[in-house]
Every structure is written in structure tokens, then in C-alpha cells.
Write a protein that binds this ligand. Structure first.
Ligand code: INI
Length: 159
């Protein structure tokens, strides 16, 4: 059996991070987590580009523009949609999730869904660098691995 698995080496990858201004006190921590993970895995800070959108609903369109630009190996989308704070939670979170999945499939560029979807602000804080790790770092590493995997598949006879 041939196994194809990619590494988490971020050297030579160019990544766009898109973050939301909504819930910025939480999302800023996710951005820090993503940047730290990138550098810890060999990435160069100057190979990261940070783009800010108003809210999670706007992430897919801007992620699409960046993915289509040809400048980036991957796009990481970071945000927080908190149920307690909004009636239209399901629309915002649902459209962001399906929109980002579409962007990734339509462009062939890995797009990370680094959007916290929680019932409370406390739960979001827990996932943004306190009790439950940092989902920004996890999202970044998911696209590093996927971008490296795509490069490997392109070289492979079956790719
Ligand atoms: N956007 C978020 O990113 N998080 C939220 O929790 C949120 N709430 O609570 O409503 C939110 N709403 C704004 C939305 O993403 C759009 O910016 C807005 O609907 C304009 O298109």
C-alpha cells in the first residue's frame, strides 16, 4: 500500500489570513495563534498577509478573491459567531461554513474554517488561547498540511 501524507512544514508557503472585526477581542487571539503556529513550523512572517472583513458573513467573498489571486498557497479564515449574541447566528455561521467550503472546492486552494461557533462568549474565549487551545493555530496547521499534500499529489503519478 502506498501512503501519501503531508508534513506540517510551513517554509516557503504564502498564506492569507482573513479575520473579522466582529468579536475582535477574541478573533485577535485567533490571529496570534495562527501567526505563532506558522512561525513555529518554519514560516516567515513576511509570507503572511492579514486582511480584515466586517463579519463572518463577508469571509467567503474575500477568501475567494484571495484564493483566485494566485498569490497564496492557502487562505485561513478566522472569526467568532456567538449564539447568545445574535438571532441570526444560524444564517451567519451556516453561510460562512458553506461559502468557505465552496470557495475551497471551486478554486482548488485550501481554505480553513477557523470560525468559532459557540453558545457563549466564555466558550469562545476558551477556544482562543485559554482552556481549549487556540483554534486559530489549528486552522493554520490544517491548511499547511493540505497545501503540502496538494503539492505532493501534483508530483505523484495519481495526482
Ligand atoms: N458576525 C460575526 O462575525 N460574528 C457574530 O457573532 C455576528 N453576529 O452576532 O451577528 C456577526 N454578524 C455580522 C455578519 O457577519 C455580517 O457582517 C452582517 O450581517 C452584514 O453582512
Amino acid at each position: 500500500m502506498q501512503r501519501i501524507e503531508a508534513n506540517l512544514i510551513a517554509t516557503n508557503l504564502k498564506i492569507a489570513i482573513v479575520n473579522t472585526r466582529w468579536n475582535h477581542f477574541i478573533v485577535d487571539r485567533l490571529v496570534e495563534g495562527a501567526e505563532t503556529a506558522f512561525v513555529q513550523h518554519g514560516g516567515k512572517r513576511e509570507d503572511l498577509t492579514l486582511v480584515t472583513v466586517p463579519g463572518a458573513f463577508e469571509l467567503p467573498l474575500v477568501a475567494k478573491k484571495l484564493a483566485e489571486s494566485g498569490h497564496y498557497d492557502a487562505v485561513v479564515c478566522l472569526g467568532a459567531v456567538i449564539k447568545g449574541a445574535t438571532d441570526h447566528y444560524d444564517f451567519v455561521a451556516g453561510n460562512a461554513a458553506s461559502g468557505l467550503a465552496r470557495v475551497s472546492l471551486e478554486t482548488g486552494v485550501p481554505v480553513a474554517f477557523g470560525i468559532l461557533t459557540t453558545d457563549t462568549t466564555e466558550q469562545a474565549i476558551e477556544r482562543a488561547g485559554t482552556k481549549a487551545g487556540n483554534k486559530g493555530g489549528e486552522a493554520l496547521l490544517a491548511v499547511v498540511e493540505t497545501a503540502n499534500l496538494l503539492k505532493q499529489l501534483a508530483k505523484h503519478p495519481a495526482g
